[in-house]
Design a protein around this ligand. Structure first.
Ligand SMILES: C[S@@+](CC[C@H](N)C(=O)[O-])C[C@H]1O[C@@H](n2cnc3c(N)ncnc32)[C@H](O)[C@@H]1O
Length: 291
């Protein structure tokens, strides 16, 4: 099994290489990817005046949405390990209560701006090399009684479209990053709800709940564009961007073929996504304060 330092370094490299794809498709992510995080936003119900943190904020769409909900007196901080995505978020959104920071949540003691009333995260917690370290930073960054709401993918069986673009594109591209083994960081590392509850409890959270959410992402009836989007934001993205245009074309065609089953009767794409909504509370008093 790879050690935590190596996994952490691999995670940083992966997201630095993935950033150009996420930046190109930032608007699509905000719009088409919104259902993936809607349950967490609904559960948190951020109120004007709240101080909120968005962990793994990517190009900042959900953080900006949180900032609008807590305005005018509240504040929202988006944190991401990928400096280029944080720069993109800063360029895309600005406002008095909105801030974006670059950092690895696992290696921080607390996130600047703590204590927060609430922490939000969309599709990021399962990417931590040391989940207990990352979740502990999140818990320490909350005020006592502060709440966490996050979404993550369940397993590959309920998210069959997710590997399709990579598998369709891979034969035409250069080397891809290593695929995760076992509990290593990756899209399905939080598939087991018992493990997820155990990790949150180990990080000092109380009132931990892990509830299934099934959503459908709708994408336009434009096979080439949808294939390019899903290749660019996935593990094949960097190899795709480095490839010759003719190889890129073949890669898109390969992805289109595997994604065809998610375009019922030639209409828009319907991508079924099986997620967990993870909710938890930072206990009062915080574990560090207990005698
Ligand atoms: C799947 S993307 C989701 C981005 C955004 N939340 C969204 O839904 O559009 C996961 C994000 O988590 C970030 N991330 C991964 N590991 C992280 C860590 N240890 N600390 C902070 N951010 C991290 C990545 O850089 C990436 O932007």
């Amino acid at each position: 099994m790879t050690d935590v330092a190596a996994l952490r370094a691999r995670n940083a490299v992966f997201w630095a290489q993935a950033a150009p794809g996420w930046i190109t498709y930032a608007d699509w992510q905000d719009e088409l990817g919104r259902p993936l995080g809607a349950a967490a936003l609904d559960w948190l119900r951020p109120q004007p005046g709240d101080r909120v943190l968005d962990v793994g904020c990517g190009c900042g769409g959900a953080t900006a949405e949180l900032a609008r909900a807590v305005a005018p007196s509240g504040s929202a901080v988006g944190l991401d390990i990928a400096a280029a995505m944080v720069a993109a978020a800063q360029a895309r959104f600005a406002g008095p209560g909105l801030r974006f920071l670059t950092g690895d949540i696992e290696t921080l003691d607390r996130v600047s701006g703590a204590p927060f009333d609430a922490v939000h995260s969309r599709m990021a917690l399962m990417l931590f090399a040391d989940p207990v370290a990352g979740l502990t930073t999140i818990r320490r960054s909350l005020r006592a009684g502060g709440r966490l709401a996050a979404t993550v993918f369940r397993d590959g069986g309920v998210n069959p479209w997710l590997p399709a673009a990579m598998l369709g594109a891979a034969p035409f591209l250069g080397a891809l990053p290593p695929l995760p083994i076992g509990d290593e960081p990756g899209p399905f590392a939080f598939a087991d709800p018992v493990r997820v509850s155990r990790l949150l409890t180990a990080a000092g959270f109380s009132d931990v709940a892990v509830v299934a959410q099934d959503v459908t992402l709708q994408a336009p009836n434009d096979p080439e564009a949808v294939a390019a989007w899903l290749i660019e934001i996935g593990p094949a993205g960097a190899a795709y961007r480095a490839a010759h245009p003719s190889a890129q074309k073949s890669a898109r065609a390969g992805a289109v073929r595997l994604l065809e089953r998610f375009r019922p009767a030639g209409t828009d794409y319907r991508l079924p996504a099986g997620c967990w909504l993870i909710t938890a509370t930072s206990p009062e008093p915080a574990p560090e304060d207990r005698i």
